[in-house]
Design a protein around this ligand. Structure first.
Ligand SMILES: Cc1cc2nc3c(=O)[nH]c(=O)nc-3n(C[C@H](O)[C@H](O)[C@H](O)COP(=O)(O)O)c2cc1C
Length: 259
């Protein structure tokens, strides 16, 4: 080996050239793959909505089933009315929650730890959109390690839970990560949110340690008190008047809930 190739200058030059080539490759790959990643995220979101709605089967064309079975609408969270201006195809509520023009600060009353809340939300309806069989609501809130995002599926009465499913969280597998355990998820079917004999539309549903013994209670995750508290908090927040309570009130007399 010639001694000139061992000079510090040449070594640094090769290292620098290698760094530049690698960073160009990584950046190009990141930019080129972004549309594919976005499509896959969208597919994953749709597939989660179908799963919580009980409409998913392995091998199905997720986009097609979603198109055939689900109607997406955007609602005004304050009034509970449908928005005619916002297109559910393009409206992104996570982006909206970061924009001061389309969200509000949650100071003092933020049990789900969101800091900001969007003014509008997408909802997903199964069956006749005016008289749906199922209503699927996006919910999110802080767990122990970070934000948990999921969907809550309700019967057409807007009060009976069909399922709760998280598609994005960073809870510990075996502890808070048990929110993904099919056995834990199975308990949600039939649980109730509001006690209509109470005049307030305050959600009653919560996780409890040591065994749920009413239709307003579900079993907490064992060894994961903090994740369980996060799940209760986000359910209570999103089902309160700050969330979907105004919207869900319109389904109170919907007989689809008895189906
Ligand atoms: C490495 C590690 C990971 C943990 N992950 C979670 C978790 O995902 N969710 C949670 O609630 N608690 C988690 N914990 C436990 C909490 O620190 C706390 O002990 C627990 O929530 C208490 O729950 P328990 O009263 O049901 O035992 C974790 C602890 C350790 C050491």
């Amino acid at each position: 080996m010639s001694s000139s190739n061992n000079s510090i200058k040449k070594t640094l030059g090769v290292a620098l050239a290698l760094c530049i080539v690698c960073s160009v490759i990584v950046s190009t790959a990141a930019v080129a793959l972004r549309p594919t990643q976005q499509l896959n995220q969208e597919l994953d979101r749709k597939s989660n909505i179908l799963q919580v709605a009980g409409l998913y089967e392995p091998g199905v064309d997720v986009n097609q089933v979603f198109k055939d079975k689900i109607t997406s609408r955007v609602i005004n969270l304050e009034t509970g009315e449908y928005s005619e201006e916002l297109d559910p195809e393009t409206f992104n509520q996570f982006d909206a929650s970061k924009d001061p023009a389309s969200s509000r600060t949650l100071s003092g009353d933020d049990p789900a730890g969101l800091i900001r809340q969007e003014n509008f939300s997408t909802v997903y309806l199964v069956g006749d959109a005016e008289n749906p069989n199922e209503i699927i609501l996006p919910i999110r809130g802080q767990g122990l390690w970070g934000l948990m995002r999921g969907f809550l599926a309700l019967k057409g009465d807007g009060n009976t839970i069909l399922g709760l499913s998280y598609y994005d969280h960073s809870e510990t597998p075996g502890l808070g990560g048990e929110v993904d355990n099919p056995r834990w998820k199975a308990q949600w079917d039939g649980k109730k949110i509001y006690d209509y004999s109470d005049s307030e539309m305050q959600p009653e549903i919560r996780l409890v340690k040591g065994g749920a013994d009413s239709e307003y209670e579900a079993d907490a995750l064992s060894g994961a008190t903090l994740t369980s508290r996060g799940v209760t908090n986000m359910l209570q927040f999103w089902l309160s008047e700050a969330g979907f309570a105004e919207y869900l009130a319109r389904f109170h007399d919907n007989t689809q809930g008895d189906a």
